[in-house]
Write a protein that binds this ligand. Structure first.
Ligand code: HEC
Ligand code: HEC
Ligand code: HEC
Ligand code: HEC
Ligand code: HEC
Ligand code: HEC
Ligand code: HEC
Ligand code: HEC
Ligand code: HEC
Length: 370
């Protein structure tokens, strides 16, 4: 082997070595490197005792549970830490602007709009967003309802929905759990009953205390309670809506809704009688519309009402031979008597006109012939 040959061999070995190094680097900068960077972050943030103390003295846990992150929807979509934390590449991090964990969250949820623009836009006009805008920092933003590091399907199981709201509306949540709707959801995993978002919406919640919401609310209930197929499953009458609209209470509310949608009305809507989050089956003695408590319910607006007052009201029922025989027969009487009288008069008038006509025509003919 001469020197040149040896040089050539050395060159070959070196080239081979450099080649391997190069291939290795290419692989490292592929998908592997992304997870390596998550790992870098988790080397510190995977430590349960990693905390930060704000100047105010408030202590903040900086721990991110690796397993729930990887099991989450975002983890499964292989989002990297830096897809959301775009300003952080290594340690030390850029200086913190927020002065509390809450303000950090209020700053950071903006990153959600990058990938969920439609939901973000919808949420801008919600009651929660308006509360935040007016300085109520406790109102819900994206990350209050969806944990950014453990994002799960928000509606599976369906009981997860009211549970999400319960973080901040625990009083209403407890009432709801005890209601005919909530019980059916929790006990039977019933998919037909409303959860919070069927009545309030999800990302675009309105203020439920406006006149508009109130006047519109019977339609909210009608979505299900006027649905014949749905209600027959529970043997609940769908007449509730028609009879309500035909009733003196409902007629005025419907008229109001059309003519002066901004004016408050003192006429009852469904939830004035049934309750809002605590509505119960009318057979339940605790229901506001139960036999035991109905009078009290009417008295909210008719303070002088007596037992007789609520007893004579037909409720949602159309007069029925079994339930209200007297009213039924009076109703029937008018149904037969009035058409009969009108019909008789009609026949009388028509036959009178006809006989006059015949008399004139034939009378003239006879005269003409004469
Ligand atoms: C050497 C340990 C270490 C590494 C590596 C690290 N962090 Fe941090 N991180 C900290 C500490 C300590 C804080 C507390 C605030 C500070 O010191 O800046 C912090 C704070 C944070 C915060 C809170 C807000 C902020 O801006 O300070 C976020 C978010 C964060 N880190 C994300 C990440 C991400 C993403 C990575 C990976 C790219 C990462 N960290 C890598 C130690 C680390
Ligand atoms: C889907 C976007 C998203 C991803 C992915 C994400 N984060 Fe976050 N992270 C946020 C948001 C938003 C906040 C704001 C605080 C909040 O509302 O919980 C936050 C807060 C933090 C905080 C402050 C402590 C806390 O929990 O509030 C740390 C530390 C942090 N993230 C680290 C990480 C690390 C490490 C990863 C990767 C393993 C990661 N994040 C992945 C969105 C994300
Ligand atoms: C880098 C893009 C990205 C960012 C930023 C991001 N997400 Fe996602 N998110 C996704 C992808 C991809 C999916 C899975 C596909 C889908 O359902 O849209 C997803 C799914 C979700 C889901 C589940 C949807 C379902 O159908 O069950 C929720 C909830 C969610 N993200 C909330 C958030 C929140 C809250 C933030 C802000 C903290 C955020 N995301 C930030 C990309 C992102
Ligand atoms: C008050 C709680 C709450 C807030 C605040 C909230 N969400 Fe949701 N989100 C939910 C619930 C509950 C669902 C399930 C909706 C359903 O079952 O129809 C959902 C569904 C979703 C979905 C999947 C279905 C869809 O509509 O695409 C995404 C993505 C999502 N949210 C992202 C966000 C983002 C981004 C924000 C902030 C702009 C946000 N959410 C704010 C409670 C909330
Ligand atoms: C992070 C806490 C938080 C969560 C989670 C939350 N809310 Fe709220 N919500 C608020 C705050 C704060 C207000 C402002 C009024 C108040 O202080 O009670 C508010 C107001 C409302 C209002 C308007 C009525 C009013 O009193 O102003 C409705 C309706 C509402 N929330 C429904 C929901 C529903 C439905 C969910 C679940 C999908 C939910 N909220 C989840 C904090 C939250
Ligand atoms: C069947 C429809 C329906 C369901 C289900 C429902 N709500 Fe309501 N909610 C209403 C109506 C109607 C009002 C307006 C009541 C009023 O003006 O007195 C209201 C009012 C509210 C208010 C504001 C008034 C108050 O009492 O503070 C909040 C907050 C609220 N609901 C949250 C929730 C939450 C959280 C859930 C789920 C646990 C829920 N709602 C379930 C119909 C519903
Ligand atoms: C003035 C009070 C009042 C108003 C307003 C009212 N209800 Fe009722 N509702 C009752 C009473 C009382 C009962 C008990 C049964 C009966 O005597 O009619 C009842 C019974 C019901 C039932 C059970 C019927 C069955 O077949 O089991 C449903 C469902 C119902 N109402 C829904 C509604 C809806 C939806 C509205 C609004 C469109 C409404 N109610 C408005 C007082 C009222
Ligand atoms: C998403 C559909 C849905 C909406 C919206 C809805 N309900 Fe219901 N409601 C049901 C179902 C289903 C049942 C039967 C539950 C059961 O018996 O297990 C029920 C039961 C009831 C009952 C008990 C009936 C009885 O036997 O006396 C009353 C009262 C009631 N709802 C009133 C209302 C009122 C008032 C509203 C509007 C504020 C409303 N509901 C909105 C689906 C709905
Ligand atoms: C939220 C308030 C409210 C509740 C609750 C209420 N009402 Fe009324 N009611 C009114 C108003 C207001 C009128 C006047 C309607 C009009 O002038 O069109 C009225 C009218 C009536 C009338 C017509 C005769 C009259 O006195 O003007 C009867 C009958 C009646 N209500 C019965 C009842 C019964 C029975 C209940 C209980 C099941 C009840 N109401 C619950 C507000 C209410």
């Amino acid at each position: 082997m001469n020197i040149n040959q040896r040089r050539l061999n050395v060159c070959f070995v070196v080239t081979l070595f450099l080649g391997f190094v190069w291939i290795g680097r290419v692989q490292a900068s592929g998908p592997l490197q992304e997870s390596a960077s998550d790992e870098e972050c988790l080397a510190c943030h995977g430590r349960p005792n990693l905390t930060y103390e704000f100047p105010s003295g408030e202590v903040w846990s900086l721990y991110v549970d690796q397993d729930s992150f990887h099991a989450s929807i975002h983890g499964q979509e292989e989002l990297a830490c830096t897809d959301c934390h775009t300003d952080i590449t290594d340690y030390p991090h850029p200086p913190l602007k927020a002065n509390s964990p809450r303000f950090y969250a209020l700053e950071q949820y903006q990153t959600c709009q990058g990938c969920h623009e439609e939901v973000y836009k919808k949420s801008l006009d919600s009651i929660h967003a308006r509360e935040i805008a007016s300085g109520n920092w406790d109102a819900a933003v994206c990350t209050d309802c969806h944990d950014p590091h453990a994002t799960q399907s928000p509606n599976e199981p369906r009981t997860a929905i009211p549970l999400t709201c319960s973080k901040c509306h625990s009083g209403i949540y407890n009432e709801y759990l005890d209601s005919v709707h909530g019980q059916a959801l929790v006990d039977e995993n019933n998919a037909d009953v409303p959860t919070c978002i069927d009545c309030h919406g999800v990302h675009n919640q309105e203020d439920p205390r406006t006149t508009e919401f109130r006047l519109n609310s019977p339609n909210l209930c009608a979505d299900c309670h006027a649905d014949e197929a749905l209600m027959s499953k529970y043997d609940i009458s769908t007449h509730v809506f028609d009879t309500y609209v035909a009733d003196f209470h409902g007629t005025t509310v419907t008229l109001f809704e059309r003519q002066s949608p901004d004016q408050p009305t003192n006429k009852p809507v469904c939830y004035d009688c049934h309750g809002v989050h605590n509505m119960k089956s009318h057979k339940d003695p605790e229901a506001q519309v139960s036999h035991e408590r109905l009078l009290q319910t009417c008295q909210k607006c008719h303070p002088d009402a007596t037992e007789n007052f609520s007893a004579t009201w037909l409720g949602h029922y159309e007069p029925d031979i079994n339930k209200y025989p007297m009213v039924y027969f009076v109703d029937l009487f008018y149904k037969i008597f009035i058409p009969a009288v009108l019909g008789f008069m009609g026949v009388y008038v028509v036959s009178d006109v006809a006989s006059n006509f015949i008399r004139r025509v034939f009378g003239r003919n006879k005269r003409g012939a004469a």
